[in-house]
Design a protein around this ligand. Structure first.
Ligand code: BTN
Length: 262
């Protein structure tokens, strides 16, 4: 479902982003992707209280009860090569980790490739979709669904999901949380055009990783599964396994080590 963005409530500028907030849409990512293809300006944010067709990674859906989650997308034109699009995803994930820490006292881990987890339960997911011309990145729309209130995730995902309220025992204001995320996202995006900034960003992604040093099972893009120790992230955001294999696209399960500790 595509919508006319001019009908939303304009929340003005937040940390340099023009924010629009709607009560309902199909998918904030789909809406901003359509806007990006129409040549829309950079640094726009669309937030929805509810999505009827929320999109997840690898063709999955993303469901959340109305007003239970922070559901938003950012349209950005970062002026970097298409191969570096993962940096935008990491910038948003890091922004959310830092905002959760400062506003809720909860510091989630970054599960490869781009989930936020608390004790291996999923707090948030990130989906980046690009508009590419050759090897040039025209735009990236990066969206996040962050569970704020208990019961945000659908019942079938309840066991593997967690919300900020479950962890900190309070209801975090979604508007304040968004402002916190955007302020830190803006910080990380500010360095993305320089090598030093990109190195800092990837160093932070390694530091916040909940995956590195863990034994993992990885379902690859072709459906095959491999198991091993997750060792590093390369400068392209790929997961490097202990045998040197690089995984660019996949889903990870953190395995318990043999001692049984997580
Ligand atoms: C994942 O599969 O973990 C990624 C989920 C991303 C969901 C968010 S909710 C806001 C934005 N709009 C969408 O349709 N998807 C993303």
């Amino acid at each position: 479902m595509e919508r006319n963005l001019d009908r939303g409530v304009d929340r003005g500028e937040v940390a340099g982003y023009r924010v629009e907030w709607v009560s309902e849409t199909g998918s904030t990512n789909a809406d901003l992707l359509a806007e990006a293809r129409r040549g829309s300006e950079t640094n726009r944010v669309l937030v929805a209280d509810y999505q009827s067709a929320g999109r997840g990674r690898r063709g999955r859906t993303w469901e959340a009860a109305p007003e239970s989650s922070l559901l938003f997308s950012v349209l950005t034109r970062p002026g970097i090569a298409a191969a570096m699009a993962h940096l935008v995803t990491n910038a948003l994930a890091l922004g959310a980790i830092e905002a959760c820490d400062s506003l809720a006292g909860v510091r989630p881990g970054l599960k490869w490739p781009n989930d936020l987890v608390v004790a291996d339960r999923k707090l948030a997911g990130v989906l980046a979709e690009s508009v590419v011309a050759g090897d040039r990145l025209e735009a990236v729309v990066v969206g996040m669904g962050l569970n704020v209130r208990t019961g945000a995730a659908p019942p079938e995902a309840a066991e593997s999901a967690v919300a900020l309220e479950d962890v900190c025992g309070a209801i975090v204001d979604r508007e304040e949380l968004l402002a916190g995320v955007l302020a830190r996202f803006s910080h990380w995006m500010g360095g993305i055009g320089q090598q030093g900034g990109r190195a800092d960003l990837m160093a932070a992604a390694r530091r916040e990783s909940a995956t590195l040093g863990r034994r993992v099972s990885v379902e690859l893009g072709d459906g095959s599964v491999l198991e091993g120790l997750a060792q590093d992230l390369d400068e392209r955001g790929a997961l490097v396994m202990e045998d040197g294999m690089r995984v660019v696209v996949g889903d990870v399960v953190h395995l318990r080590d043999q001692s049984g500790s997580p």
